[in-house]
Design a protein around this ligand. Structure first.
Ligand code: BTN
Length: 252
């Protein structure tokens, strides 16, 4: 098994992101570990070999078996208005998408997909410790539980090759830091064009559930990172929400 603790630091080009790493052989959830840990600096990274109670958005479970994936959480201490915190998730999505490369695309706001299946999910939480950005990447998973097979994939299943987790963790961190710094000074606007190019949601039929339920065609990502939906009777800006995209994850 690769020794992540030693190999990740050697591959980093960052100044402060992931310069403090806490590594767990097994933990419930790296987001929870980051909340419980003794005070750590902004940029601290919490990585687990397995999560026994990995969490996804909206209370869903995140399957995190030993050694198969990257289960990690970044602790960030940004000096931004609370409304901007959700945007950090877009920056993280962009960093993961760049690091994976190839056919990886972003399903707004922050799922990374290859083809029609999800390879990475991001769970960002605002806590008293700071912003905790949890990233789960299915790297070398050979088989998913039956209920996930139609919607989940891994880099291994896509390429037939095992991927080096240490290299991928470092690549995500190395991509994230300069974008995050730019975001803190200039907001989302400088990242918008690249996000649009990589966003698989645009141009497709979408259905948004929750308080502001609506359907339409995803027309654009605005300068704040919100999704602009053409409903047929006008354009609606959606800042956050659960989005089904026709053609992705079995939505027909
Ligand atoms: C989602 O797509 O619903 C978000 C999934 C987030 C999973 C990651 S794995 C590392 C971190 N710890 C967790 O319990 N969840 C996040």
């Amino acid at each position: 098994m690769e020794n992540l603790t030693q190999r990740v630091p050697a591959l980093l080009t960052t100044k402060f992101i992931a310069r403090h790493i806490e590594y767990y052989d097994s933990t419930d959830s790296t987001n929870e570990a980051a909340k419980r840990a003794s005070p750590a600096p902004g940029g601290a990274l919490f990585i687990a070999e397995e999560q026994t109670a990995g969490r996804g958005r909206r209370g869903r479970a995140w399957v995190s078996p030993r050694g198969c994936g990257i289960w990690m959480s970044l602790l960030l201490k940004p000096d931004v208005k609370p409304g901007y915190i959700a945007r950090i998730t877009l920056v993280a999505g962009l960093a993961v998408c760049r690091a994976i490369g190839g056919g990886a695309r972003i399903k707004w706001p922050n799922d990374i997909v290859i083809g029609t299946r999800k390879v990475c999910g991001i769970l960002t939480e605002n806590t008293s410790r700071g912003v905790i950005c949890g990233i789960g990447i299915n790297v070398n998973t050979a088989q998913f539980p039956p209920e996930l097979r139609a919607v989940a994939t891994s880099l291994y299943l896509q390429t037939g090759e095992r991927h080096d987790r240490a290299e991928l963790i470092a690549a995500v961190m190395n991509e994230f830091e300069p974008m995050y710094e730019r975001f803190l000074t200039d907001g989302f606007a400088p990242l918008r064009d690249e996000y649009r190019r990589l966003c698989v949601t645009l141009g497709r039929d979408v259905s948004i559930s929750g308080a502001a339920a609506l359907t339409g065609i995803a027309a654009d990502i605005d300068a704040d990172g919100a999704l602009v939906v053409d409903t047929g009777t006008g354009r609606v800006t959606v800042a956050s929400g659960e989005v089904s995209v026709r053609g992705i994850y079995g939505y027909v």
